[in-house]
Ligand binder design. Structure first.
Ligand SMILES: C[S@@+](CC[C@H](N)C(=O)[O-])C[C@H]1O[C@@H](n2cnc3c(N)ncnc32)[C@H](O)[C@@H]1O
Length: 209
């Protein structure tokens, strides 16, 4: 993964994501698996920033219907070429998160994607995510922390208290704050500061007897 650097052309950004798709493992994210294990039955999910489909494929394997949204055409090409998922259970949307539309869902999964929404647009996208969760629905995914190397490179990063504020109103089921010196998908050394999150909206109360 390399951050979309301000000033690079759209073509350069495409190349960046293609490098990421080639370099990363095709296995579902732990935050998604954690969220899925908490549901009693499959439902309808949005995979926001689905990339080549590592999380979408796991959702479908577990009986979910998925709206896979990504702004990168190459992601959709690679998702469509997958032979390991039942495509009848997937609706794809080639769109920027800022412009994407989806119905109310049981799960919004967004793995390593929301930090690439600009700070100006982030609030609107986050409100859309939370507003689209049905009662008892969940968000699973990642945000980047303010000590991440990319915080100074145009990627949207948050302090711990800012993340707490974003999660206000959700029941937080998983919250791992992780910092490590490692490298990005292209092999460039960086400091990672990540929040791994699963949160749930309040379930509908059962009617009184
Ligand atoms: C780092 S990749 C993550 C892909 C996958 N979810 C994973 O965990 O490997 C980020 C993905 O988000 C997409 N993306 C980033 N910003 C976006 C935006 N503003 N609108 C739509 N897609 C975006 C990119 O095209 C890319 O496929």
């Amino acid at each position: 993964m390399t951050p979309p650097r301000p000033g690079l052309s759209e073509t350069a950004r495409v190349t960046d994501w293609t490098v990421y798709y080639d370099a990363t493992a095709d296995v579902p994210r732990a935050t998604l698996l954690d969220a899925l294990d908490r549901f009693e039955q499959p439902g309808l999910a949005v995979d926001l920033g689905s990339g080549t489909g590592r999380d979408t494929a796991e959702l479908v394997r577990r009986g979910w219907r998925v709206i896979a949204i990504d702004g990168e055409p190459e992601a959709m090409v690679r998702l469509a070429a997958r032979t390991d998922l039942d495509h009848s259970q997937v609706t794809t949307q080639l769109a920027r998160f800022e412009d994407a539309t989806w119905p109310d869902v049981d799960l919004v999964n967004s793995s390593f994607s929301l930090p690439f929404v600009s700070a100006d647009d982030f609030g609107g996208v986050w409100s859309r995510i939370v507003d689209s969760l049905r009662p008892g629905g969940r968000f699973s995914g990642h945000l980047f922390g303010d000590r991440d190397t990319w915080a100074s490179q145009g990627v949207t990063c948050f302090t711990r208290s800012e993340v707490d504020a974003l999660l206000f109103g959700l029941s937080v089921e998983r919250f791992d704050e992780v910092e490590e010196d490692s490298q990005d998908a292209g092999g460039t050394p960086k400091h990672w500061h990540l929040f791994h999150i699963v949160g749930r909206t309040t379930p509908q109360s059962s009617p009184s007897q």
